[in-house]
Ligand binder design. Structure first.
Ligand code: MG
Ligand code: MG
Length: 257
């Protein structure tokens, strides 16, 4: 069942998303070679709690961190750890904030130091595909229009779309209906209506689309161990517009390539 939000509820999600955007900006200051990913997690949790909010992921079905940290061939849901970032890594930082009764969710993949051009192109195409998906996330379109736009764009570049993990509705719960796949047919799936709030999150692989789950029960990596990229925004659909509630602005201001 899809929960349609009132404008008042969307305003609360926006306030949650504002803290999330600034938490991402704070994390971005520390994303560099030699940093332990558990330190990034600590920065995120402190920032979120200092702003009177709660990290959505911490304890969610037993997840240990406030961030999902997914490095190189890890697609999503990696644990923060004592691993130190090194030159040539890519790292997806996924974070959620619960505030005023509502969740917001967004992710960004960073390159660390000298990353091969082929991998930088994967990052840039994945980020572009997120915005192409958002362009289709408008009142009167269908969920399949979003996935179709993402899939068509990235597959034309020779990349593949992870199928087993998808975007999602969110609000009072971190994951709500509908599922928002990053592949699909134009004109298929649930209709996008006023008050829908969804997380759009392309997970795009350099090699094949196949994934495996590690024994920890969470970490998802590519089967061929080639890199995977992930970017995510939370958006709200209104009859006359679509609002991107989360932001990567503070990341892009604070992260030094
Ligand atoms: Mg996320
Ligand atoms: Mg999500």
């Amino acid at each position: 069942m899809i929960h349609y939000k009132t404008s008042e509820e969307v305003k609360k999600i926006k306030q949650s998303a504002d803290i999330l955007g600034r938490a991402h900006g704070e994390i971005a200051k520390y994303v560099k070679k030699g940093v332990k990913t558990s330190f990034l997690d600590k920065i995120a949790e402190e920032f979120i709690r200092d702003h009177g909010a709660v990290p959505s992921f911490k304890g969610y079905n037993g997840f240990p961190g406030s961030l999902c940290i997914s490095i190189n061939e890890v697609v999503v849901h990696g644990f923060p750890s004592e691993y130190e970032l090194k030159d040539g890594d890519i790292i997806s930082v996924d974070c959620g904030v619960f505030h005023l009764g509502f969740h917001s969710d967004s992710a960004y993949t960073y390159p660390i130091g000298e990353v091969p051009p082929s991998v930088l192109e994967l990052l840039s195409a994945t980020k572009d595909s997120l915005y192409l998906g958002i362009e289709q996330a408008v009142f009167g379109n269908r969920v399949g229009d979003i996935g179709h736009a993402v899939q068509k764009f990235v597959e034309a570049k020779g990349y593949t779309v992870v199928r087993e993990l998808v975007g999602h509705g969110l609000g009072r719960n971190l994951h709500e209906a509908p599922e928002v796949p990053n592949y699909g047919k134009k004109g298929s799936g649930p209709l996008l209506k006023q008050g829908m709030v969804i997380a759009i999150e392309p997970m795009i692989n350099l090699g094949t689309r196949n994934i495996v789950q590690e024994k920890d029960g969470w970490t998802i990596r590519t089967a061929d161990r080639k890199p995977s990229a992930h970017y995510e925004h939370t958006v709200a659909i209104f009859e006359d517009r679509t609002e991107v509630l989360t932001t990567h602005k503070y990341i892009e201001e604070n992260f030094k390539f």
